[in-house]
Design a protein around this ligand. Sequence first.
Ligand code: SF4
Length: 328
Amino acid sequence: MSEYIYEVKNIKKYFPIMEGFIKKRKVNDVKAVDDVSFNVKRGETIGIVGESGCGKSTLAKNLMMIQKPTGGVVEFQTEDGMKDITKFSKKELFDFRRQVQMVFQDPYSALNPMKKIIDSFNEPLKLHGISDEEGRLNIMEDMMKLVNLQPEYLYRYPNEFSGGQRQRICIARALLVKPEVLVLDEPVSALDVSIQAQVLNILLEIQKKMSLTYLFIAHDLSIVEYVSDKIIVMYLGQIMEIAKATDLYKNPVHPYTQALVSAIPLPTVEKKSKRIILEGDVPSPINKPSGCPFHTRCKYCMEKCKKEKPQLLEIEDSHSVACWLNNK
Ligand code: SF4
């Protein structure tokens, strides 16, 4: 049995750009995810970070088969060993969808305002044929307790809850079918800062209790630092750096990661480090820069960076970087 729950190899997701009124023809691609490879161990948390449009949410959708990758292989640990999810049969895909659940950024739109929580919870349990009526009620009550909410709240409507409570309800709903992986797409970004830590703590507690694997997507490095074992930094659909969380914060190597780390507020005034301000905007994923995708904003840019793309290379144990400064 592989130590990994996911093995992602050279995954790509391109969206074609079509032109023409009567006869459509493809003129280009939006390369949302472009040749990304990494592994995920069972029980660990992988943080996936980058600015808006870097491809992190598209990557998550591909790992869940909400969108099918254009190329590459996404292997997932099944009872019969590692299997490529892009080649799953209907039955395998149905089982896979139970094992990998998602929590969305906006807890307000994630719950149907017309349905009581108990009705929203019953749906996935019935869909997957889990238990009888009494058994389902027990599961629902247990999940409410797990996220520190009273079981009586099952009989209320979403508009009777605060943002933090709604997000805890969304987490409970994702856990009903006993998944192995939770994909958390910016799960605390829409919440007040005071509530964010509360929800993150609940997620950490649940992970321990249920031995879950988390894929935690965020645009803010300070949030993933708190929860992640390993962090992937993405830029224009590609991985710039991947490292253990502690290494990444202590020793960010890629110039883009250095800029992101410098933007994290520090708890003490004395220890203030100089913030690196990135010039310009993220280039369009339709016309990506040649060579290193970051070269248009990098203060260390060399001639070589404009022409040749650096490969993601391991510079020390579990720490890989795609930059010519470390890849001569
Ligand atoms: Fe900067 Fe060149 Fe490294 Fe890209 S490869 S991050 S442009 S130094």
